[in-house]
Design a protein. Sequence first.
Length: 303
Amino acid sequence: MSVAKLRNARNRPVVAFTEFTRQYKQDEFALYCFFEGEDDKKYYGIRIRNIARPIKYSYFSCDGKQGVLDIHRIITNRKTYSQVRAAYFIDRDFDISIKNTEITGIYETPCYSIENFYTSINSFCEILRSEFKLSESDIDFNNCKNLYIKLQKEFHDAVELLNIWIACQREKRTDLKLSGLDISKLVQIDLDNITSNYSINDLYTQFTKAITVTQEELDLKQNHLGLQEHQKSFRGKFEIYFLFKVIQKLIEEANKGNPKYFTKKIKITLNLRETTLISNLSQYADTPDCLVGYLESFRTSVN
């Protein structure tokens, strides 16, 4: 995509590109980081500072994956920026991995999105240690850990059809407008169990532009998503909603000292809000080796 086409693009990543060109004229040695959106900075920011250790850096939001890809294409194809230190970050989503293309120099999550880094059992255990003040020798720690594993399995069973169907629609390039989807109306999350409240017909009713998907297509996509753990392959925003609800409910029970879940009352001071979860829990999220390697490539002797 040319600069002219970029300027006229619907998502207008040209704003980020224009600001980059202005800053680059002032400092050619800074590290310039391009993200899909604002939340990405909240996860990547501390890792960029701790691993790449740039003296100077700038962050740019590009209004989605395509915006990052477009800016990457323009910068890498212009001799003016042949020496630029630019880092690009995108989510894998349900798309074909860029590893299967000729695109290089971009970090792509090995799971659906950054939200999935927050929902692993390792990340959850870190939250138990720091926010619930539990050690691995505590019976409450193991009870909470086992409960999380159980509930996450139930959640994945409940949202499997939803994920498979969305992935099929993505493959057909259907514009579903998922930002308007309220997962709480489709799945009921309690500490006792998790249940689904939807059918595939409900999905077609909610998304009127959806294209009909055959059972064979659903089965093939189910097998494909099953090649990776569901915690990694399922849509990140669903996964982190599950994490939010479970932690929220565990905090309530810990503060009450409900003997069903805790042997003693624990005062939890974590102010959990769904809108700030990415930043509030960033220090507990996983940092995969592939991200460490990518960020280390930007370290220089100057740093």
